[in-house]
Write a protein that binds this ligand. Structure first.
Ligand SMILES: [Zn+2]
Length: 345
């Protein structure tokens, strides 16, 4: 088969012949129908998520949707033919955190799909059986590329970390990106009033189509958080951008019992925090890391039922993938991108 591989962290992907491997015990082979294209894949290719030379060459791409074609010896043959999405983290499945359904906090994390094991930038992939999650067969494979990360991550934010519900006033910073365009929808579905912040008019227009009010956030110093909602300042700010300005604005703008949700992991970025403010307003600063396997399945149900609409700005075949990467890098892609193997194989 032909697919894309990283030969040197940070350099251009190579389109080349890749030898197929057979699934061993505890593994399954998946015919990839589509793979999501977002900023995390670019981070992976750059080596930001792992850059050991022995991991190369590597097929990137973690937002995998496909059908199981083979299972390893002793594995569940009932998986064959089922449509699945990949779980991003190579969690162990048996530590206390995994047993409790908190797989992103796994004590024995073996890395990430697309970094420590091959991903979906090739038309067939072998994955740990533990890392495939069955989804409704009616779910369109391109639509389903948003499930394993772009929808599952907001489900984790809303239901486990921010505990968003009716009466909440939620601001999402970076609302027109892959995670943001689904974060605004999950927060609204869970009952909140939502405002999405972003920089470009096409992104704000797309958010408006989803029924969410969009506001430009070019200058945080001029943006009054208390004026965004009739009912008062935000109770939750989800920061998907993570600049010093956005982080400071998030913390300063929250109302009483407000929760600031942090999802970015840039190094050397700090924000000043006045402990008096946390105490007097009972304000919380909360980190949120990916999603549990159960929440990926919840995300699939939300998309399959139509509660959440996949926001996929562009669907391409392998011939146009590198151009799509460039648009993603330039910040002009609305929502997620997708690599469709079925139409272009
Ligand atoms: Zn574990």
């Amino acid at each position: 088969m032909k697919g894309f591989r990283i030969h040197s962290w940070g350099s251009q992907l190579q389109w080349e012949e890749i030898e197929e491997t057979q699934p061993g015990p505890g593994e399954v082979a998946v015919d990839v129908e589509a793979c999501g294209v977002g900023l995390t894949v670019l981070n992976c290719i750059r080596g930001d998520l792992g850059n050991a030379p022995e991991l190369l060459p590597r097929v990137p791409g973690h937002e995998i949707v496909g059908r199981v074609t083979e299972v390893g010896e002793g594995d569940d043959a009932g998986l064959i033919g089922r449509r699945v999405v990949a779980y991003f983290y190579l969690s162990c499945g048996h530590c206390p955190e995994c047993t409790a359904g908190d797989e992103p906090l796994c004590r024995n994390l073996a890395g990430l799909v697309g970094v420590n094991t091959d991903g979906g930038y090739a038309p067939r992939v072998v994955l740990p059986a533990r890392n495939v999650i069955t989804v409704p067969d009616t779910l369109d494979p391109v639509a389903a590329t948003v499930v394993p990360d772009a929808v599952a991550t907001p489900v984790h934010v809303s239901r486990s970390r921010a505990k968003i519900g009716p009466g909440d006033r939620v601001v999402v910073i970076g609302a027109g990106g892959g995670v943001g365009a689904h974060m605004v929808q999950v927060a609204a579905w869970d009952g909140a009033e939502v405002v999405g912040l972003d920089l470009s008019e096409p992104k704000l227009a797309r958010i408006a189509e989803l029924g969410v009010r969009g506001v430009r956030s070019d200058d945080f110093s001029a943006l009054d958080s208390a004026g965004l909602f009739d009912g008062g300042p935000p109770t939750v700010v989800v920061d998907l951008v993570g600049t010093t300005a956005s982080l400071s604005w998030s913390l300063d703008g929250l109302g009483a019992r407000g929760r600031m949700i942090v999802l970015t992991t840039f190094r050397d970025r700090t924000v000043e925090m006045d402990p008096r403010r946390l105490v007097f307003g009972e304000v919380s600063v909360v980190g949120s890391r990916y999603a549990s396997k159960r929440q990926v399945a919840e995300g699939a149900d939300l998309v399959a039922s139509g509660a959440i609409r996949p926001v996929i700005g562009e669907v391409v075949g392998p011939g146009q993938l590198l151009d799509l990467h460039a648009r993603l890098e330039a910040g002009t892609l609305v929502g997620r991108g997708a690599l469709d193997w079925t139409k272009h194989a």
